[in-house]
Design a protein around this ligand. Structure first.
Ligand SMILES: [Zn+2]
Length: 195
């Protein structure tokens, strides 16, 4: 990409202005290739309009972001892209819905009681995709009534359904129980790929 395709203005710092005099940016559904309207999240695609020897035409970056065409308070009118929130390689398709681990993470991290260790377990049972989210919570949760745990699981499940449109079963677990690799929790176990 050479000297870059976008830069954040220091006045607003609300997204990166794309150099639209050199590139056309589009957001597509990474599965179908369909172009998505502004504001929707998908894969960023670039086309160069000034490069002569090596033009790029609808180059798929594999980066997940969205575009905002509204003029910025800094005065620039070039479309802005959000900071990249993930890679298409991380995308899971669960019952036809595109799900990124980073989206689940952002829902989970709204809760103060949750530790930043979680794992998504995807499976296919009776031809239906299932998503289980294992989340570590503080030890104190396990000395409380079971109802506290159940309420929390219920709330997180609702939040995920509302935000992502996919049903998930939440399983709160004790600290340090999720399998780790080099100190980090293994984020995704997709059992559909194992059979
Ligand atoms: Zn700006």
């Amino acid at each position: 990409m050479g000297p870059g395709v976008s830069i954040e203005c220091h006045e607003a710092q609300k997204g990166l202005h794309i150099f639209e005099d050199h590139f056309i940016a589009e957001i597509i559904n990474p599965e179908t290739g369909e172009v998505l309207p502004h504001g929707e999240t998908g894969e960023l695609v670039f086309t160069s309009i000034t490069k002569e020897a090596f033009p790029i035409i609808r180059y798929r970056t594999r980066d997940i972001t969205s575009l905002n065409p509204e003029p910025c308070i800094c005065g620039r009118t070039h479309v802005r892209m959000k900071k990249v929130s993930g890679r298409t390689d991380d995308m899971l398709i669960i019952r036809g819905v595109n799900v990124f681990p980073s989206q689940i993470e952002s829902v989970l991290m709204k809760s103060r009681d949750i530790q930043p260790h979680y794992q998504l377990v995807v499976d296919r049972i009776d031809n239906l995709d299932t998503l289980t989210v294992m989340v570590e919570v503080g030890q104190e949760f396990f000395s409380d009534e079971i109802k506290t745990l159940q309420n929390m699981e219920h709330k997180l499940s609702n939040d995920i359904k509302e935000y992502l449109g996919v049903s998930a079963k939440i399983k709160l677990v004790e600290p340090k129980t999720i399998q780790r690799s080099e100190g980090k929790a293994i984020r995704v176990i997709d059992k559909r790929k194992m059979s």
